[in-house]
Design a protein around this ligand. Structure first.
Ligand SMILES: C[S@@+](CC[C@H](N)C(=O)[O-])C[C@H]1O[C@@H](n2cnc3c(N)ncnc32)[C@H](O)[C@@H]1O
Length: 337
């Protein structure tokens, strides 16, 4: 059967792309303007045949890209996240407006479906008005249906990371069809009604499935002379727990779960989660952060990539098994039509 095709906006290092490819889709093109993220994207051997447009999305014309069945967009979330400035569409730096770039591509390319991914806080931003604006554009202006749902990776991806994200899926020419969250009318003629939000699955992996147990590079370990070493040593006792340094105290997370990985892990490394292993107290390595996002074993950062970039790229990404499950659900809904 012909593979459904994907165009990937705000692709980062390609987490959404891998999820869709694993679900049997073919990613045709991707857009990302960060040079370092593009280097990492290109370093992945399975991506060699994806056309990567390395430029600001505002400078990418829709006539430059191939038309595709699905548009995916993990548009920048700083403007919407609690950690950011909470400015939404009025974000001075214009970051909030990047949703409208996604809308431009959907309008011009008219894909069969779209997937948006963002921080959970998008749902409640500005008392729900931000989400209303997004909905208005996709439904009233572009004629797509609108199915928002929030999934936590630990419950939906068999990955031991707490990561709550909002996903929004919609199907072409179905603006008048509301999603039936109670699933009373499955398998009807419409893709929207056929779409099934993934169900929770058991978490069978624990943090030790994502952490390497042999000694890691010295640079990841805290030296005894480090000013925080005494407090870290006195607080960090458990091997089944991931810790975080919080300026004046050490935060102990729920056992066997990694806290949400964030892009600001890249800024000086302060927010990188900490563990205790046979050799001392150390940060998770960038590759381990990818493991906590469900990346395949053969995905690597380029050798010369600075850790600050690798951590930021990993923190910005997605939990691939969750994306794969959503991608499968989109395919099944389209096939059911
Ligand atoms: C939240 S991240 C998405 C990460 C991606 N889902 C992944 O798996 O790596 C948003 C991405 O949008 C990119 N971006 C931000 N503004 C952009 C612009 N104007 N044009 C193109 N890309 C942009 C950022 O560099 C960042 O990589």
């Amino acid at each position: 059967m012909k593979r459904l095709t994907v165009g990937s906006m705000f692709a980062g290092i390609g987490g959404i792309d891998i999820g869709f490819e694993q679900a049997g889709f073919k990613v045709k093109w991707a857009n990302e303007f960060n040079t370092k993220s593009c280097e990492t994207f290109r370093n992945y051997e399975n991506f060699r045949d994806i056309k990567l447009f390395e430029k600001d999305v505002h400078d990418l014309k829709t006539c430059e890209v191939e038309s595709v069945d699905i548009i995916t967009s993990g548009f920048p979330c700083q403007a919407f996240s609690v950690a950011g400035y909470r400015q939404g569409f009025d974000d001075e730096k214009g970051r909030g407006n990047l949703f409208f770039e996604t809308a431009r591509f959907i309008n011009d390319l008219k894909p069969k479906a779209y997937l948006l991914e963002n921080v959970r806080n998008l749902a409640g931003h500005d008392n729900g008005k931000t989400l209303e604006v997004i909905k208005y554009n996709l439904v009233d202006k572009l004629g797509y249906s609108f199915i928002p749902f929030i999934l936590n990776s630990k419950d939906y991806g068999n990955i031991p990371q707490t990561r709550e994200r909002i996903y929004i899926v919609g199907f072409r020419n179905e603006a008048d069809i509301d999603y039936d969250y109670d699933k009373k009318e499955l398998n009807s003629e419409s893709a929207t009604r056929s779409f099934e939000i993934p169900d929770p699955i058991p978490l069978e992996k624990n943090i030790h499935d994502c952490i390497y147990h042999k000694k890691q590079d010295e640079k990841y370990y805290y030296k005894k002379e480090h000013q925080y070493y005494p407090i870290l040593e006195s607080e960090m006792k458990r091997r089944d727990t991931i810790y975080q340094w919080r300026r004046v105290y050490v935060r102990e997370n729920k056992s066997n779960l990694c806290p949400t990985l964030t892009a600001n892990m890249g800024a000086g490394g302060h927010n990188v989660p900490l563990i205790i292993d046979d050799y001392g107290i150390r940060k998770l390595t960038p590759k381990e952060c990818l493991n906590f996002q469900g990346y395949p074993e053969n995905y690597h950062f380029p050798e010369k990539m600075a850790n600050s970039h690798s951590y930021m790229q990993a923190g910005n990404s997605v939990v691939i098994p969750v994306i794969k499950r959503i991608a499968n659900a989109i395919r099944e809904a389209l096939n059911a039509q």
